[in-house]
Design a protein around this ligand. Sequence first.
Ligand code: C2E
Ligand code: CA
Ligand code: CA
Length: 457
Amino acid sequence: MMGKAVLSDINAAGEQKLQQTVYTDALTGLGNRNRFHDKVCQLAAERASDPAPFTIGITNLDGFKPINDLFGAAAGDEILCQVAHRLKACAPDGATVTRYEGDSFAFILPLVFEQSGAQKVGRMIRDVLSAPYDLGGRNVRLSASFGFSVHPFAGEGYAELVKNAETALYRSKRRGRGQVTVYSEEIAEEMRRATQLEQALRNAIIADSVDTYFQPIVDLASETVVGFEALARWNDPELGFVSPAVFIPLAEERGFIDALSESLLRKAAEAALGWPRDLFLSFNLSSAQLTDTSTTRTILSILGRIGFDPHRLELEITETAMMTSAETAHKIITSLRAAGVGISLDDFGAGQSSLGRLREFSFDKVKIDRAFVSCIATDKASEHIVRAIVAMCAGLELNVVAEGIENATEAEILKSLGCGMGQGYFYGRPMTAADTLRYLQDAGISQSVYPTLRIRT
Ligand code: C2E
Ligand code: CA
Ligand code: CA
């Protein structure tokens, strides 16, 4: 018969095992998210009566998924174990390192009291993690992004501290790879402003007061208008003019870009009904819309309701937007093209351009980024790049539009390089729907008189 003492020993052993599975990450042997949670709560409680701050941080590996996909899950696991090992080895005194989730790790730094200290530790760990990883003879390089928050400034409790560290991490990711961000008063202020902006934008969408302006796109050789690009404009009674470069990403981030974009497309297509029928409407599609397969149906049904011919619509998309979920983007683009909608690759040459993408995806048009056009008259390299893009597009039978033409010199150079179309302040600024009609009239173009559409220069 078992003695009482033995039984309690067994219970204790079982309890310990249970504790271990609840608090330990099976793959890396590090503490897991439960451990992180409990430790942060414990430290926050201790420090409540002690004014000394402490810091928490979250790191996420950059580009881990492609490596996992390329080399297999076992290789991915191996890297995570090596990362865990390095983190444990380099963590400062008294620190706790845990596996947060997937390829994210979280740490508690009880002896880091302020932002610059957190920055320093972040950079040190980043350097340690950026050394090559050995995968059975093959070396793999990875970087990691970091977000930190300092207690009690960035929050007194677990939830707030973690949320703010995640916000900081998100900002690091947005700035590229291997960045370190510590949640600061400026970030807090920006977050407050963004929330205020979000509220105002939601109201503007409900009130249907976000407008579309139109900027002419011209055939460079004949200097005739061939279409217009719709550009969103929002003038808030309290906040004043807010740039689409600010509110479009905000609407994407906060998840209401669909509602906004639908209302913009409706307004743009309604306005375009008043133009000569051979003018196209170019409309910007946001990255979030390329991750949602219902986009095709939504767009076509808006056009159907208004009675706008899909063959007159072109959608501008960027390469970054397509990369978020390439497969879905591919489906959307294919189905839209099948319905007659044209697809333009926007901002070509800016950011992460890949020539391969021009072959993988089917486009109708490429828009050369303003960055090349704006220095084409002064910088030979830009001129060579534009020349190469134009030649390549000719070979691929793609139309080319140069963006941001501001003067006659730029227009002449682009023409001489064989660039087909252009857009920019030189030919016309974005204008209201009513001004667009006047512009067409002034250029001697009206609904009944086409197709020769000469514009004033
Ligand atoms: P984008 O698609 O590259 O649009 C061209 C931007 O360049 C516009 O800025 C336009 O006003 C500006 N621009 C045109 N010609 C010139 C020029 O000669 N010189 C200079 N300096 N600038 C010129 P805008 O209207 O501020 O729009 C900024 C960005 O916001 C757009 O860049 C686009 O990415 C986004 N956006 C605007 N409207 C919409 C929309 O309805 N939906 C979506 N998803 N994005 C939009
Ligand atoms: Ca555009
Ligand atoms: Ca552009």
